[in-house]
Write a protein that binds this ligand. Sequence first.
Ligand SMILES: C[C@H](N)C(=O)N[C@@H](Cc1c[nH]cn1)C(=O)O
Ligand SMILES: [Zn+2]
Ligand SMILES: [Zn+2]
Length: 478
Amino acid sequence: MSVAKFFDYVEAHQSDFIDRLRKAVEIPSVSSEAARRPDVVRMSEFLVSELETLGASVETRDVGMQKMHDGTTLKLPPVVLATYGNDPAKKTVLVYGHYDVQPALKEDGWNTDPFTLVEDEEGRLLGRGSTDDKGPILGWINVIEAHKSLGLELPVNLKMCFEGMEESGSEGLDDLILLEAKKYFADVDVVCISDNYWLGTTKPCLTYGLRGVSYFHLSIKGPGRDLHSGVFGGTVHEPMTDLFAVMSNLVAPNGKILIPGIYDQVAPLTEEEERTYDNLAFQMDELHSAVGSKVNIFDSERDILQHRWRYPSLSIHGVEGAFYNAGDKTVVPAKVIGKFSIRSVPDMEPEKITELVKKHIESEFAKLNSKNVLNIECSHAGKPWFATPNHWNYVAAAKAVEKVFNVKPDMTREGGSIPVTLSFQDALNKNVLLLPMGRGDDGAHSINEKLDRSNYIQGIKLLGTYLHEIAEIKAEEQ
Ligand SMILES: C[C@H](N)C(=O)N[C@@H](Cc1c[nH]cn1)C(=O)O
Ligand SMILES: [Zn+2]
Ligand SMILES: [Zn+2]
C-alpha cells in the first residue's frame, strides 16, 4: 500500500496531534515524587481514554507497591496494555513507551512553565515529557487515529505496553513481562521502542545499544538534629564533611571512575567495533549546542561517542538534606544523602558494581575515623543492552527512515538507559529496535525540554511507515 494518504492525513492534522501532546504535557506525571503519584495515575487514565476512543482493547495492570526510602509504601502506577488489531495472518509488533517524566520546576531555569506546552517561533514544542517520552507514545496513538480516520487497516497487529515508572527504575514491570511472556506477549514478533534521540540534529538513526544504570544513595548521619555551626562547629563529626570527603573519591574531574576494579569488567574495544564509529553524523558543534557550552572532556567526536556508549561513567546528582536555598544559613545538617549513579556497559554486572561501590565507600569512610554512621544502598539497577542490528526489524525501520527522510539512518548506540529493553529481549526472545523521534539537543531530563514540531510530525510518519515496512518483509528475509 502507498503511505501517501497516511502522510497527507498526518500533515493535515498537525494541530490535533499537537493538542494531544499539549494535554499530555499538562499532566505532571513525575514518578520520582510521591506527591505527584496521583498525576502519574491521571496520565495513565488519559492514555486509556485516548486508546479506548480509538477502539483499542485496553487493560491496566496493577504492579504492586513501591517501598519508599522512609519505610512507607506507595501504590505503583498501572502498566497500560493495549491491543489494536488481532489478525493471525498479520505480524504482531509490540511497542513500549513510558508516560512518567523527570521532575521539573520553573525555578530550575525553564524559560516557560514546564507543564504547559509552548511552541516557540522556531517550531520547538517546549514542555516536560515532550520528547521523553510523551511525544513518541502519542506518536503511536496518532498512527492509529490516522488509519482509523482514513478507513485503513493497520498492516500489523499492534500491542502496546506503556509504563509510569521508567524514570524511577521501572519498578514492577519486569515481573509483569515475565508473567505475560507466554500469555499477553505470546504472539509478539518484534519489539520497537521510541524513547531515545538522534545523535545530532539533522540525521535520523536506529539504535542497537544502551548503557545500564545503577543508582546509589549514600547516607551519613550523626547528630540527633540539625545544629548551630557556631555552637557545635569544630566539636562534632559533621555528616556533610564526611559525605564530601567520600564522594570526592568516586570520580576524577576528567571523568575517570576512582572505584578500584570497576573497569575490569568492561569489554575490550575490538577493531570491528572501532569501525562502527566511522562516518557517523556527529559534529563537535552539535555537542556544544546540546550541552550549552564547550566543556567537553575529549577533543574528538570518536572519543566522545565511545565514552558515551561503551565506557562507564559516574555522575553525582545531588545531596538530600543539605542546605541549598539562597542566603547564608549556618546549619550543620544532621543527616545527608548523596545521590550518584553509574552508567554501565557490556560486560558489567549490577551485583558486581554494587559490591565494588560498597567496598570502596566503606574503605574511604573508614579512613576518616568519623563517629558518624554511613549507609550505602543501590536503589535501582538495570543492565546494559545490545542487539544485533542486521535483523529484519532493523531492515524494516531503515526502509521507513529512507521513505520519510530520504536518507539512510545512522546506526547508533545510546548513553542513556531503558532497562526494560533487555527484559523484553530476554523474556520474549525477540528482536528489539530503538527508533527515536527526537533530536540530540532536545534536552531530555534538562530545562527547556523540547520536541521539534517537524520531528513530531515526521516521527508520526516514521512510526506508521515502519509498521507498513514490517508487514512488507517477506518470509525469505526473516
Ligand atoms: C533514554 C530514556 N529516555 C531515559 O531517559 N532513561 C532514563 C532511565 C532512568 C534510569 N534511572 C532513572 N532514569 C535514563 O537513562 O536516565
Ligand atoms: Zn528519561
Ligand atoms: Zn525516556
